[in-house]
Structures are given as structure tokens and as C-alpha cells.
Design a binder for this molecule. Structure first.
Ligand code: BGC
Length: 348
């Protein structure tokens, strides 16, 4: 079968390969892949900066944002042939650590987790894959291939859960939220904020095109300047860029008792001048919290499935701004100015 593979830590090593059928050891559920989304993590892997091949191998099948159709499933289970499904990305570490032992692999403590398409476990950008039922999430059939947005939505569903749990240490009734970055993660974070009834402000650099329109259409307000120019003392900031200056802008301007959730993975090597004393003083005196958030467990995928099922289909259609057939995979990996979420169509 065809699969998009890469040699991790080798820039420009991606190619469309003929690979063996998925091993039975990956699980009894056989899935025909329909679509795979491309994200910033894939770009990092393709540029040779991130990623791990499975043990004893040089190459990794890419792809962690997926949508597929069940082709075979064990009798008597929850899954039936034809179901539209998404594969969970992370697998618990083998020890397992206390968090992985209770299904909270997104909080793995020892770093020995694996991730499909990213870390030591083949991804989903192949014509077929196998998986165990406990790592399969069903999506609303009416979403069709828009179900490919489930994995990125799970990441922000987790971020919102962190915000609410931390906010819940005292009375917490947030009214305003800032989302930095109007890429897919930022837009999906804004969607959930609006669904929660918050006054959501999204900040990005571009002044025209699809992103400002998508922010308006989801029911949020679009800005291009600093956080303080967008809204005064927001209750929540979901930082989706990983840009150091925005991270500190968020910490400086979060409102009293507010929560900043960092979801963007930045590259190192950039220093900033920060008035650490003033920042510390304000954060202490106003009980502010900053939390990092990565990945998602099953609960977050399920929350994401609910968020997507309740989203406007036309809006989601526009978030998937470009679809590229697997044969033209190179075109999917090139960034174009108006790209939001680019999806590789693996099957039909
Ligand atoms: C994925 C997460 C993953 C993270 C780090 C993100 O792009 O969505 O599932 O944990 O990269 O590898």
C-alpha cells in the first residue's frame, strides 16, 4: 500500500513509498484512511527538527491528524464496518507512569510515551492502518471528512479543560478570552470559547484574507495588535503561536485570577528582555496562573467530537482550506499564504 514516509531528523526526506500492509500487532481494527491533516508538528518533522522512527527502523509513516472508515472490527464491539473514525495519537508509556496507568497519557511523566506519526509509532498517512478499539474515536457521520479536524480540536478541548479546572480553584465565571494565532488551533480554540458563551478576541498578524473572515464568522472579534489593545484584562488567554513576545504579552495582560494556557511549541534560541520583578509581583498579587498544555486523552477527543458536531458545517468547510490528493503530497506540504488547514486526501 502507499504511505507517506519520512526519515526523522533528515530534512527533505519525505517520499511516497510502497509499504507492507499494517501489522496485525497494531490491533484488530482495520481502517481505510480517508484524509490526513498537515500541521506545524509535521512541518517540524519534515524540516528535520523533530520526530523519531520506530525502533530498529529509519523511516516513519507520517500523519497524526486522521479520518478513516472502519473496514474490519471485532464482532460485538462498539465499532462497525463503515464507521467514520479518528485514531488517537499518543500511546501510554510501557512502565506505565502513574498518569499513563489511568489513561492520562497526555500527562505522561517519564517521556516514554509513543505518538503515531511523530514518535516511534507509524502514523496514519497510509492507505490503511490497524489500531486497537480503545484508541479509536467515532465521529459524527454527518461531518464526513471534516472529522479530520477532530485531533487538532482535541488539543484545544484539553486546553480549555485545563483553564476551567485551574479557574475552578476559586469562583470562576470567565467573560472574555483572547486567543493568539488564527491558524487551525487558534480558530478551533475560538470556536470552543464562543460555544462556551465567552466574548472571544483572536489576534493574528494578517490584515486580510480567510483568517479574519473565519474569526468573524465563528462569532469572535479579530485584531492585529497587542493583547492590551484588543481587550482589557481578559479572564482567559489561549496562546496558540509559541511566539515568545506573545507569551509574555499574555502573562502581563491576563486579568486578576485569570488563566493563560500555552499550547504553541516554540523553537529555542530567542531571548527577550522581561521585567521579571513586575511580572512576578502582578501574578502573585492577582492570583494569575500560566499552564502549558500538550496532546489529549480520550476524554478530550470526546469533548472535541461534541464541539465539532455543534459547529457550523460551512465554517468548518472553510477551515479545511485546501485538499490535495496523496499523489500530489508535495503540494500539501508547501505553505501558501491563505492556507488554514491543508488536508491530504488518502482515499475516497
Ligand atoms: C500533536 C500532539 C502531540 C504534539 C507533540 C502535536 O502536533 O497534535 O498530539 O502530542 O504535537 O508531539
Amino acid at each position: 500500500m502507499k504511505a507517506l514516509t519520512v526519515q526523522p531528523l533528515h530534512e527533505g526526506s519525505a517520499r511516497l513509498d510502497d509499504v507492507a500492509e499494517p501489522p496485525e500487532s497494531d490491533g484488530p481494527v482495520l481502517v481505510e484512511t480517508l484524509a490526513v491533516g498537515v500541521c506545524g508538528t509535521d512541518a517540524e518533522i519534515l524540516s528535520g527538527k523533530y520526530g523519531w522512527a520506530p525502533p530498529g527502523r529509519d523511516r516513519l509513516i507520517l500523519g497524526h491528524e486522521s479520518l478513516g472508515r472502519v473496514a474490519a472490527a471485532p464482532e460485538g464491539g462498539d465499532l462497525a464496518v463503515g464507521d467514520l473514525v479518528v485514531g488517537i495519537v499518543r500511546r501510554p508509556d510501557p512502565v506505565p507512569c502513574p498518569n499513563c496507568a489511568v489513561g492520562e497519557w497526555d500527562f505522561c511523566r517519564n517521556g516514554q510515551y509513543t505518538e503515531r506519526g511523530i514518535k516511534q509509532h507509524d502514523g496514519y498517512c497510509s492507505e490503511r492502518y490497524r489500531i486497537t478499539p480503545d484508541f479509536v474515536v467515532k465521529v459524527d457521520q454527518s461531518l464526513g471528512t471534516l472529522g479530520v479536524l477532530l485531533e487538532p480540536t482535541s488539543v484545544v478541548a484539553k486546553a480549555w479543560e485545563q483553564v476551567e479546572r485551574i479557574g475552578g480553584r476559586a469562583h470562576f465565571e470567565p467573560h472574555s478570552a483572547v486567543v493568539t494565532g488564527a491558524g487551525p488551533i487558534g480558530l478551533l480554540a475560538a470556536l470552543i470559547g464562543v460555544q462556551r458563551g465567552l466574548d472571544v478576541h483572536v489576534i493574528d498578524r494578517v490584515t486580510s484574507g480567510l483568517k479574519p473572515d473565519l474569526v468573524k464568522e465563528v462569532g469572535a472579534t479579530y485584531h492585529t495588535g497587542a493583547i492590551s489593545e484588543a481587550v482589557s484584562a481578559p479572564d482567559v488567554v489561549i496562546e496558540c503561536t509559541g511566539v515568545g513576545s506573545l507569551v509574555f504579552d499574555a502573562m502581563e495582560h491576563i486579568g486578576p485570577g485569570g488563566v493563560v494556557c500555552l499550547t504553541g511549541v516554540s523553537s529555542g534560541g530567542r531571548s527577550l528582555g522581561v521585567d521579571a520583578g513586575t511580572l512576578n509581583r502582578t501574578m502573585v498579587l492577582e492570583n494569575e496562573a500560566v499552564v502549558g498544555s500538550v496532546n489529549a486523552n480520550r476524554r478530550h477527543y470526546e469533548a472535541a467530537a461534541t464541539a465539532l458536531a455543534g459547529a457550523d458545517r460551512d465554517w468548518l468547510e472553510q477551515v479545511v482550506s485546501r485538499r490535495v490528493p496523496l499523489e500530489n503530497w508535495q503540494a500539501a506540504l508547501e505553505r501558501k499564504p491563505d492556507d488554514v488547514k491543508v488536508v491530504i486526501e488518502v482515499g475516497s
